[in-house]
Ligand binder design. Structure first.
Ligand code: DAH
Length: 341
């Protein structure tokens, strides 16, 4: 064999490698040329018999053949691997395609109402205070002046823990925690979870959310008018400028006098519709002037200290603000529902 023939052989290898359709074929070519009993080792062995005038050219050509096989094998293996990947496309699987687009995430309606309430009350100087979901009987009932025979203390309405503690039935115990820790003035709101042994239906859930508010002054007399203007401001900011508020007399153990606070129905503007059951009003909160007995319990002077408190249902606000007709939608985390917000 002379150097010209060797060059021809090199060209043949390149063509043969290009025609190899799988890794085994490529490997067979590698062995045929570079293997221990292959063409190249035999060539090198015979080099000593080559005419000395040819030897240098043969050496170069042999080296080129060796490089062509080594590089060609690696290149062809890469090509075959890439072809396998694209075959996955025709089989319906392509790991390089982007995932299915679900749209940008958004805040949950309950979170939106809480954030909005924090913003609105924040402008009036209220700060957020928080308390635990697991409460003492004292904070949840007793310190709030709730007598043992009061219906809210019914064993069957509360989730009791074997420790004797309970899952708070309202956010009101945070009033007690806050007043135990700080002196007036107090201006807090408390968004959080509450628990009652209610049977779940379109408007009830055993686990719901409230926002509690507490405003206490020792230097100045706080009046029902302050409470009403605060609720009216909140109503307009949360629901829109033409929403009015009204108070109806009510009873809560921890406030005296106590009221229930209604907003005009934002759907019909107060004319009466299905949402407000034709009344034109929607009940939003319980509220009142903090009872002197509660102030006494936390060590405030009931003679000089006055204040108001309120507690409202967050789900109720979210449902009328966003037109949600079943409270259960708020807990099921169904993407078709959540993606609307
Ligand atoms: N805790 C009451 C409830 O869950 C709501 C409430 C009424 C809170 C009057 C208050 C209040 O702070 O003053 O029904």
């Amino acid at each position: 064999m002379n150097s010209a023939e060797l060059k021809e052989l090199t060209d043949e290898v390149v063509v043969a490698l290009g025609a190899a359709t799988d890794d085994d074929a490529v490997e067979a070519l590698r062995i045929k040329y570079l293997g221990r009993k292959g063409i190249l080792p035999a060539l090198m062995k015979g080099m000593k018999d080559v005419d000395p005038s040819e030897r240098a050219a043969m050496g170069i050509a042999a080296n080129e053949l060796k490089n062509a096989v080594t590089d060609g094998v690696a290149k062809r293996k890469d090509e075959l691997a890439a072809m396998n990947d694209s075959e996955e496309v025709s089989s319906g699987f392509d790991c390089s395609l982007p995932g299915r687009w679900h749209g940008l995430g958004s805040m949950h309606p309950i979170t939106m109402v809480i954030e909005e309430a924090i913003r609105i009350f924040g402008k009036l100087g209220f700060v957020v205070a928080e308390g635990p979901d697991v409460e003492t009987h004292y904070n949840n009932f007793e310190a709030l002046n709730t007598p043992p025979h009061h219906p809210s203390q019914d064993e069957r309405d509360t989730f009791w823990l074997h420790t004797g503690e309970l899952l708070r039935t309202q956010t009101s115990p945070v009033q007690i925690r806050t007043m135990n820790e700080q002196k007036p003035p107090v201006r807090i709101i408390t968004p959080g979870r509450c628990y009652r042994r209610d049977t779940t239906d379109a408007t009830h859930s055993a686990n719901f959310h409230q926002i509690e508010g507490l405003y206490i002054e020792a230097e100045r007399k706080v009046s029902l008018a302050d409470l009403k203007s605060t609720m009216a401001y909140f109503a307009k900011e949360m629901m829109g400028d033409n929403v009015e508020v009204r108070f109806r007399p009510h009873f809560f153990p921890f406030t005296e006098p106590s009221v229930e606070c209604d907003f005009t129905c934002h759907v019909c503007g107060g004319d009466g519709c299905r949402v407000c059951k034709q009344s034109g009003w929607i009940e939003i909160a319980g509220a009142g002037m903090v009872d002197p007995r509660v102030l006494e319990r936390v060590g405030y002077d009931p003679e000089t200290t006055t204040g108001f408190a309120f507690g409202m249902g967050i789900e109720r606000i979210a449902m009328i603000k966003y037109g949600i007709n079943d409270i259960r939608h708020l807990y099921e985390n169904d993407m078709r529902f959540l993606a609307q917000f």
